[in-house]
Design a protein around this ligand. Structure first.
Ligand code: GDP
Length: 454
């Protein structure tokens, strides 16, 4: 609940600009098998793989919340896929790029027993170009006798190597103490200016037309020159005036950068998607209407739902659609995207420019829903009417009652119901459906939580 409070009010920096707090981000980079996951587990105090109860996203999970001496942070494990020897250089470089773009601090992990390989040296060159603090972690130093091997890593030119044993915990506390001397309280990368341009992520699987859309928008409209915080290499975000308003498109560097990976392309895309979502308020998910809707499309949409951001669906390449394909498309949407039927839909062509102007009202609608607050009195009147018309079914002789409800937060609208027992999932869905029938919430996920008072 303290989180809700913070999210509502944000924090002010020295210049009086209000920011929504974003936890500082530590990213972990390194070759396969150097012990990145073990280090993440050690740092967040996790013993086994975290099991998410959101279907379809488990294997894509890359970021975790952690806490160290009362300071909270996000840790990103960029090592979620293990390429074969051929693909290593490219995939580790891709990890490093993502880490540099989205992290406040990078931990670069090397296996002290193996020493620095040519892949490691390649990554070091990338890391040195970015002006982000980098901690060189010499892992697998299980006892003091191995420390000279760690010291040999001074050669990499990244400063002092920190000898640790992720497996046994040795040295990890010292490492974190040092990391926290430079880690900001609020992420400098993800901090979100309140009242600034609204932040949009353009998402979709490779080749759906993300960069085409971006280019078209940037060409037809005005690109607002800006000095957005980013890396020294290139700005991560871009501001474009659309429909008379300035919008901040987040992580456009990630869209424009062409990454050619044989292995791990999916994982890389997923990493990018999550990084962009962290920064965005609303996501435009592009779908390619000339192709069947795929599992990957659905997975991306589910990542948006999980993130709680507002959602607009843009059906791209409309110029390629014929009548036959069109009938199939509508059927696929009905089948595969039924759960997001509340998202505004625009049928566009990034190539011809068809209906691009419809994106702006769709974005505005979605954001407005995302920001909506229903006063407590109204919400309780809604609950009373709903439960009178459709009481909760009796279960084992008992009938849980809703005592009271309130909207705990916006962005997305999150409701809390105080009840005398657990509500059936079906009944909760019914409440959600009713909320949408009455209040719309077009383009925003809504969350209904329960607090049971026994
Ligand atoms: P990204 O990987 O999502 O950034 O996709 P790109 O923007 O690179 O587009 C992939 C391919 O689809 C390119 O050959 C584009 O020219 C093409 N493309 C993108 N949008 C459209 C569209 O609306 N219509 C047609 N016919 N082709 C498109």
């Amino acid at each position: 609940d303290e989180d809700l409070e913070l999210l509502e009010h944000g924090e002010e920096d020295e210049d009086g600009v209000r920011y929504l707090p974003a936890l500082p981000v530590i990213a972990i980079v390194g070759r396969p098998n150097v012990g990145k996951s073990a280090l993440v587990n050690r740092i967040i105090g996790r013993r086994e793989a975290v099991v998410e109860d959101v279907p379809g996203v488990t294997r894509d999970r890359v970021s975790y919340k952690g806490e160290w001496l009362d300071r909270r942070f996000t840790i990103v494990d960029t090592g979620g896929w293990e390429p074969d020897a051929k693909g290593i250089d490219a995939s580790v470089a891709a990890q490093a790029e993502v880490a540099i773009d989205l992290a406040d601090v990078v931990m670069f992990v090397v296996d002290a027993n193996v020493g620095a390989t040519s892949t490691d040296e390649h990554v070091v060159r990338l890391l040195r170009k970015a002006n982000k603090p980098v901690f060189l972690v010499a892992n697998k130093v299980d006892d003091a006798r191995q420390e000279p091997e760690a010291a040999a890593l001074w050669n990499l030119g990244l400063g002092e190597p920190y000898p640790v044993s992720a497996l046994h915990g040795r040295g990890v506390a010292d490492l974190l103490d040092q990391v926290f001397t430079v880690l900001p309280e609020i992420s400098a990368v993800a901090k979100q200016e309140v009242g600034g341009p609204r932040r949009v992520a353009i998402l979709g699987r490779p080749n759906v037309g993300k960069s085409s859309l971006l280019n078209k928008a940037a060409r037809e409209e005005r690109v607002v020159v800006n000095d957005l915080a980013g890396t020294t290499r290139d700005p991560v975000d871009e501001q474009i005036e659309l429909g008379g308003k300035v919008w901040r498109f987040v992580d456009t560097a990630g869209i424009r950068r062409r990454v050619h990976l044989q292995q791990g392309a999916d994982f890389y895309a997923s990493l990018r998607t999550q990084a962009a979502l962290e920064k965005a308020e609303v996501a435009v998910v592009l779908l390619d209407v000339s192709q069947p809707i795929s599992e990957q499309d659905v997975r991306i949409i589910d990542l948006v739902l999980e993130s709680g951001r507002a959602l607009v669906l843009a059906y791209n390449k409309w110029d390629l659609l014929d009548d036959d394909r069109r009938r199939y498309l509508e059927r696929e949407i009905e089948q595969d995207l039924h759960h997001v039927a509340w998202a505004p839909r625009v049928n566009i062509s990034a190539k011809t420019g068809r209906h691009l102007e419809k994106l702006v009202p769709a974005l505005e609608t979605a954001l407005e829903s995302w920001d909506t607050r229903i006063p407590t009195g109204k919400f309780n009147a809604f609950l009373t009417e709903l439960t009178q018309e459709h009481p909760h079914p009796v279960r084992g002789g008992k009938q849980p009652r809703i005592l009271f409800g309130t909207q705990a937060s916006t962005r997305p609208p999150t409701f809390v119901l105080f009840t005398t027992g657990f509500l059936d999932p079906g009944y909760r869905r019914f409440i959600q459906r009713r909320l949408r029938e009455i209040y719309g919430f077009e383009g925003s996920p809504i969350v209904v939580n329960m607090r049971v008072r026994e």
